[in-house]
Design a protein around this ligand. Structure first.
Ligand code: HEM
Length: 253
């Protein structure tokens, strides 16, 4: 058997592919969250960050292609393992343990597919910026250079309660998926001893809760009015100084 046959044809190989691709995606979502938390800083920060990413040009496309490949492999292996488990399963469940395992994998599959649907919406919303998806496609200036106004785009998007709720529920499901996924990953790579297993389970729960709270804080703080539109050119901007120019503009609208 060559390495590809081991990875894609044996059960342990497929689980290893799921573990490695899952870990790569965990790395991405942590980095993505850190980037997104810049929404709490002055708008120039997150706009400059988005501008920097865009400036990577072909490098950004290479990263996107690599992430897409990891996602495809992860989902493909999940489907293969599910179908094989179904085919190999004897008649009915006999023990509580089997029932519990089946419940966990069923919720993993369901949460996984809902997160996938969220991701498609999310890319249309913030990356492709399809009109009618609650997006804001305009630019702003940083030191005279036009850059995409990602700050306003996010605030405008999350001021819509339904979009915010959809994001919060989706990151909740992703966190649930992560929690179970991390535990399975540790089992695949061999951390099976009682002490390790209990520590890693607790660490996975803690990580998933923190991940959820940090993500939910983004739409949550826009809904709560903590993060506001800060571009004076955009409808909904509230001038903190109530200056004459803004007051005159507000009176007109
Ligand atoms: C509250 C949660 C989230 C917020 C506020 C958020 C925000 C954003 C924003 C603003 C962009 C566009 C960046 C730009 O145009 O420069 C983006 C892109 C993206 N997001 Fe998210 N995101 C969230 C959650 C997620 C999650 C959970 C995933 C993965 C499951 C994800 C995956 C992506 C991907 C793949 C891109 C495209 C990156 C690219 O190719 O340019 N995001 N996100």
């Amino acid at each position: 058997m060559n390495i590809f046959q081991v990875l894609f044809q044996t059960s342990i190989g497929k689980k290893a592919v799921m573990a490695v691709t899952g870990l790569i995606m965990v790395g991405f979502i942590i980095g993505h969250l850190v980037g997104n938390l810049q929404l709490f800083a002055p708008p120039e920060k997150i706009n400059a960050y988005a501008h920097f990413l865009e400036g990577l040009g072909p490098g950004l496309w290479a990263i996107r292609a690599f992430l897409l490949l990891t996602l495809v492999l992860h989902v493909w292996m999940a489907i293969k393992l599910t179908l094989e488990n179904k085919a190999a399963r004897p008649q009915d469940y006999v023990s509580q343990q089997t029932l519990r395992a089946t419940y966990a994998s069923r919720t993993m599959r369901l949460s996984g597919f809902i997160v996938l649907a969220f991701l498609i919406y999310h890319l249309l919303h913030f990356t492709v910026r399809v009109e009618g998806f609650g997006t804001y496609p305009h630019t702003t200036l940083i030191d005279g250079t036009p850059v995409r106004d990602v700050h306003t785009m996010m605030v405008v998007g999350f001021q819509n309660i339904w979009i915010s709720l959809f994001y919060i529920i989706s990151v909740g499901l992703l966190s649930w998926h992560l929690n179970h996924g991390l535990v399975s990953m540790f089992q695949t790579v061999g951390f099976r001893s009682r002490t390790w297993s209990s520590f890693l389970t607790k660490a996975s729960v803690l990580f998933s809760i923190l991940y959820f709270l940090a993500n939910a804080a983004i739409p949550g703080s826009v809904l709560a009015g903590v993060v506001k539109i800060q571009n004076p050119e955009v409808a909904g901007y509230v001038c903190p100084a109530k200056c004459a120019v803004c007051e005159a503009k507000n009176a007109k609208t």
